[in-house]
Design a protein around this ligand. Structure first.
Ligand code: ATR
Length: 321
């Protein structure tokens, strides 16, 4: 398995990791626990070492699941989790972001408990709190590093300026942001800033939340279940946009067919080909998809393929959220 370093931290991870959110929430009903644990174990056996969760995924249940799966195997993996966004415990509604030093500490302690481990390898501020100076948030995260509770500091969905301010307080190891053939807005300021400061980019939704895999053949295949956040909250999946977006996916499918790869493999190969400072964390709940996605490491795109794929993002209809 190809591995890459995360920032300047000395932490090395498999270039393709696993986004674990969908096992508990947001992409339909949660996966059965035994099935989810089998998938996580199989991922380790296949060489995946980078696992990504957050305290908000399933309101703590995703961390608990990973804690159960990784008990006794922590030395084989790099675990990343995140804090900040707040949810109403009763309804699950998002009610704000808390990046205060008190919440940095409080959230970390709770995540450690749910995971059943003594150290979080990579701890992210999941969304920037507009009411707290980033220096204060990262200052407290730096204390957690000194105390050995976390191994490295990350940010998610932060601006170039915020990344620079944070990095001046404590080295930022990774920025996690959506990045895919369809979502390239970070290339203007954010990715160059990461490159300049030696920060890795952890690309989430590298498969465009499933759209780039070609699994939705026609607009009527769009997700509609109440438990699937793409049904309502995702502009690119809405009627009026999805028709155009699925036509763009045809180009990815054509390249995949020419190369004897799957569309998902082309999408992941494109992300990983953007540079050695980029790693991907596609999400899946299915063993067959996990195994197939790892095959992206053998999918070699030509410059011509990349040039064709590079024309797509500007034609996508609908915002990321
Ligand atoms: P996120 O980072 O939010 O998890 P993503 O990685 O872009 O988003 O896409 C995740 C979606 O792609 C999931 O719905 C996943 O569905 P399964 O759980 O059914 O696999 C889907 N997905 C992942 N790999 C896939 C593949 N090889 N073929 C089809 N769908 C796939």
């Amino acid at each position: 398995m190809l591995s890459r370093n995360l920032g300047q931290s000395g932490i090395s991870v498999s270039a393709i990791g696993l986004g674990c959110m969908g096992l508990s929430e947001f992409y339909g009903e949660p996966t059965q626990e035994s099935e989810a644990i089998d998938l996580l174990h199989r991922a380790i056996d296949l060489g995946v070492t980078h696992f990504d969760t957050a305290e908000i995924y399933g309101q703590g249940r995703n961390e608990q699941l990973l804690g159960k799966a990784f008990a006794g195997r922590w030395d084989q993996i790099v675990l990343a989790t995140k804090f900040g966004p707040q949810r109403d415990p009763a309804t699950g509604a998002f009610v704000g972001v808390d990046g205060s030093p008190a919440n940095v500490r409080n959230s970390c302690e709770k995540s450690l408990k749910r995971l059943g481990t003594e150290k979080i390898d990579l701890y992210y501020l999941h969304r920037v709190d507009p009411a707290t100076q980033i220096e204060d948030t990262v200052g407290e995260m730096a204390k957690l590093v000194q105390e050995g509770k976390i191994g490295a500091v990350g940010l998610s969905e932060a601006s170039a300026r915020t990344i620079e301010r944070a990095h001046a307080v404590h080295p930022i190891t990774a920025l996690q942001t959506e990045y895919s053939i369809f979502s390239r807005d970070i290339e203007k300021d954010i990715l160059p800033t990461c490159l300049k400061l030696g920060i890795s980019l952890v690309a989430y939704s590298p498969l465009g939340r499933g759209m780039l895999t070609g699994r939705f053949a026609t607009p009527s295949d769009r997700p509609t279940s109440e438990t699937d956040f793409r049904a309502q909250a995702q502009p690119r999946f809405q009627p009026g946009n999805i028709e155009t977006n699925l036509k763009l996916v045809e180009t990815i499918k054509e390249i995949a067919t020419q190369k004897g790869c799957t569309a998902a493999q082309v999408a992941l190969a494109w992300v990983l080909g953007q540079g050695d400072h980029v790693v991907a964390i596609p999400g899946t709940t299915k063993l067959a998809n996990l195994e197939s996605n790892l095959g992206a490491l053998d999918c070699r795109l030509t410059e011509e393929n990349r040039a064709t794929l590079n024309t797509l993002a500007d034609q996508v209809l609908g915002d990321r959220y």
